[in-house]
Design a protein around this ligand. Structure first.
Ligand SMILES: C[S@@+](CC[C@H](N)C(=O)[O-])C[C@H]1O[C@@H](n2cnc3c(N)ncnc32)[C@H](O)[C@@H]1O
Length: 183
């Protein structure tokens, strides 16, 4: 684990939760009208759910049938549980659960191997929703994970997802992927 990630995981998240997501309403306001209808009313696995603030936003916007948050950080899982969310301890860099819809909000850029995690998600889920930041000066200086520059995210999405819907809002890429049966 990199030094910055260790500080975030053990000091930042422990004492402050996920501070940055307190101001994410405008991002989700952008996302809401873009959600394809068939992404609504799904069973959602929120992978890297953090303190659950964005899990609650995803739950509402996607009118989730059920939502479960997965994270490896005990301090954050405790905070998410206090919001009334169902959560499970899980390391998405090792494996992924199997289900209907996966959500990665500001978490995929923390995966040890983003390509492997995303390709595994494609195998295990029918729907995938992604909202990830692009590398910029702020993230380069302060992020505990490793966001990619926009063009590298696109290369990764093309490689792992092939066909998908993508939007950009400020510095964030928003992706909707649905598995299509071939033949
Ligand atoms: C920037 S936070 C995003 C949290 C939340 N999704 C949000 O939108 O606010 C990144 C989250 O990914 C989690 N995370 C990082 N690596 C992980 C891993 N290997 N397995 C599970 N969770 C992980 C961190 O603990 C943290 O909660």
């Amino acid at each position: 684990m990199r030094m910055r990630e260790w500080i975030a995981e053990n000091i930042g998240y422990r004492f402050f939760g996920c501070l940055y997501n307190k101001s994410h309403d405008h991002i989700f306001d952008f996302i809401e009208p873009k959600i394809p209808k068939d992404f609504l009313h799904r069973n959602i696995f929120d992978l890297g759910c953090g303190d659950g603030t964005n899990t609650v936003r995803v739950q509402k916007l996607f009118k989730a049938n059920e939502i479960v948050g997965y994270d490896h950080n005990n301090f954050l899982l405790k905070r998410a549980r206090k919001k009334g969310l169902k959560v499970k301890k899980f390391d998405f860099s090792k494996s992924l659960p199997k289900g209907e819809m996966a959500a990665f909000t500001f978490s995929l850029h923390h995966a040890f191997d983003k390509e492997k995690t995303l390709k595994t998600a494609v195998k295990k889920f029918k729907y995938i929703f992604i909202c990830e930041p692009c590398l910029d000066l702020y993230h380069w200086l302060f992020d505990g994970g490793e966001p990619l520059p926009k063009e590298k995210w696109i290369l990764l999405f093309d490689e792992a997802l092939k066909k998908y819907l993508i939007y950009q809002y400020k510095n964030n890429l928003i992706v909707f992927y649905k598995k299509v049966k071939r033949g």
